[in-house]
Write a protein that binds this ligand. Structure first.
Ligand SMILES: Cc1cn([C@H]2C[C@H](O)[C@@H](COP(=O)(O)OP(=O)(O)O[C@H]3O[C@@H](C)C(=O)[C@@H](O)[C@H]3O)O2)c(=O)[nH]c1=O
Length: 181
């Protein structure tokens, strides 16, 4: 498993070794030992899956303390453009984001610590998005930011208007945002 780090501290990409043979492929999707070695010793409590059409954009989401969530995200089918926005007030990269393309073919995964907003856009029909969370769903603590916020300035790489939920269309902008982290 290859481990990659980013300019935003705490984000880690894991790229498993994919073993192919006549039957198909095999790869590891999670290793607690490896994550601990990479500096992310997390107790996961919930696994989620969403299936999306091409152009669906979910985000930017987080849960506030005391139910903040670290996430380990990957794509089981299709491709997604994933984004993590640093909302840790003490971080030198506060307000900055990292884009990572997640593909079923490469089986890559992104570890996102608590203190980030997270979102993704499906790049293909039938994109299956799979992720582990370090805390349970707690809707009363949900927060978010607009995916197309001018200050965050995320390049989603599409001219087409993404398909966004009504809830996500109501999310606030980054200007005036007070981080709960
Ligand atoms: C997130 C979540 C949703 N739900 C329910 C609530 C709602 O009726 C339905 C759809 O919820 P949402 O519209 O919030 O789903 P979605 O927009 O896919 O939300 C997800 O987006 C990505 C980007 C994340 O990072 C996740 O943490 C999560 O916020 O599923 C749960 O039961 N458990 C959960 O953990």
């Amino acid at each position: 498993m290859e481990v990659k780090k980013f300019p935003i501290a705490g984000l880690i990409e894991f790229v498993p070794r994919v073993f192919a043979d006549d039957r198909g492929v095999f790869f590891e999707t999670f290793s607690a030992r490896l994550m601990a070695q990479a500096g992310a010793e997390i107790e996961w409590v919930q696994d989620n899956q969403s299936n999306s059409k091409k152009g669906v954009l979910r985000g930017l989401h987080f849960q506030c303390p005391p139910h903040a969530q670290a996430k380990l995200v990957r794509v089981g089918q299709g491709r997604a453009l994933d984004v993590a926005v640093d909302l840790r007030p003490a971080s030198p990269t506060y307000g900055q984001h990292q884009l990572v393309e997640l593909t079923a073919a490469s089986a890559n995964m992104l570890y996102i610590p608590a203190g980030f907003a997270h979102g993704f856009m499906a790049l293909e029909d039938n994109t299956v998005f799979l992720y582990k969370c370090s805390d349970y769903y707690a809707p009363a603590t949900e927060g978010g930011l607009r995916w197309d916020d001018a200050d965050l300035n995320i390049n989603w790489g599409t001219e087409v208007q993404p398909l966004v939920s009504g809830k996500d269309n109501e999310l606030p902008n980054f200007r005036g945002f007070v981080s709960p982290f």
